[in-house]
Write a protein that binds this ligand. Sequence first.
Ligand code: SF4
Ligand code: SF4
Length: 531
Amino acid sequence: MAYTIKDGCISCDSCRPQCPRGAIKPQAKWEGYWIDPTLCNNCQDVEVARCVQSCDIGSLSPLVPKKGRRKSTLLPAAIADIFLSGKTTPFASSMVIWEACNVLAQRQHLPWQTDVDGKLCYRRPVHRGRGEIRFRLAKNPEQDYSVAMAEHEATETIANFDIRATCLHLIFAAYAITINSPWEESFVINDQHIEQYLDLDKRKDLNKLDKLTLIKDLVYQSCQLLVALDWPRQGKVKAFSFDEQPIWHLVNTEYYFEKDVQGGRHLIGLSFTIRSGIWAKHFLNKQDYRNQTAFYQYGTLPKSLLTEVMSNWQQHEGEVRLLLWLLFKLRLGGDHRLTIRTLLRIAYGEERLTEATTVRGAHKRLLKTFESDLETIYYYGLKPMFDAETYPADIQPLWAKAIDIPNDVDEALEFWVNDANQNRSLTDTAPRDKWQRLINARLTGFDLSEEWQQTVRRRAPKRRRKQSQTAQLKPLSGHVIKAARQRQNLTQRSLAERLGKSQSWVRDVEKGRFRVGTDDYARIQQTLDIK
Ligand code: SF4
Ligand code: SF4
């Protein structure tokens, strides 16, 4: 329970220096002081609160919680819901935003170093070392001028970063897209919008103050990142640099209070005014993009990703890190060869990977966690495609093999007959060298859910000529593929191996659950000899 300052405060300033949390603040607009309830922790470590002890006129008292729901009508109008389709929204997806997302998600697992100023810095080479992005942390995101944190303070702050701050970072990146010159104009976002985007409105276990405190923490963490950049010439866009600046300027935080009959002031709302940093002038500049002197880089943000982060951030942190990374990595489509070593490094950090490869027995827990996280990604809607050569069935997770079991009774029977005739059966234990083979294995990409495919579809006009050729081809129906496969005496599994796909992919295509894409069209035709 937080404390509150009632009417009658004479602004003597005795209490403010006593507060260890910096929760007591002078009013900007009128005389008197107020307590920020998102910071006040009730001085739980002492019997009588420090501020109460120092106030001679008894202006301070504990805030008695009010019952019932309150929704402020005072909150300023903010930009309407960004998820206009209800499912996805465009968002700024440049390298700066991607790396900032990695900083918030991977935190102390990134190779931070002490720089020449004695501050903690994360440096990321770009374009094969011809350029560089540098990140440090702002001491106080409320101050417009950026002062980087000292090393020891930054180390502690990074370790305490909440991975859910990535959601705010992505929401800001989506708001930035809605503005013409985002580095000049700001946008306003209030707690009601954030609650809705993060599904916090459904959380019955948190009271209003808990939610507001969480929202403010997440907003402030995402506004703590400072970035400096040296970018090499790329095509017609000349080389450019900029000095350290916040990625998101926290221009203002507005608190909305409601007074009760005892004079207690209840925090009922928050709004934040945010402006994009100068990075947007180079990477989100529509005007200069037309003149080919700047970039305009954006992708598609699925709302389901925010929901996934908010639900799994504790139980499946590795999964959440991978999804956030894949959001940027797969923006050109799901066909990306990815080594398992890279995925392990992104999900669990270099240190844990090294431990698993050097300490006897340490790999077992990491392997189990990875397979479970990969399964969670699959059920979220991104189906991993195992490379037939380096990631064969005998080292694939059991769940990946189990999903290939058909629902249809006859097909299931055929599946188990085939399984019994194979050298290795689905139910065999994993080979002893599974870990060594796994870290050198690859995925050929991910089959993307509909929401995740939208970025790829948006790029379709560029491939008009190639697509128009494909469009002239007769569509390959599931029945045609199944009949051709059976003519060749191939099982779904052996066809999948020849195509470098999973058996469930073949099954889904045959059942007409999705259409064969341009790249796979020719491969299927050739493998099954379809004229
Ligand atoms: S109760 Fe403690 S933490 Fe809260 S405002 Fe007073 S001194 Fe600060
Ligand atoms: S000590 Fe009491 S009167 Fe003085 S600023 Fe604090 S609340 Fe106001």
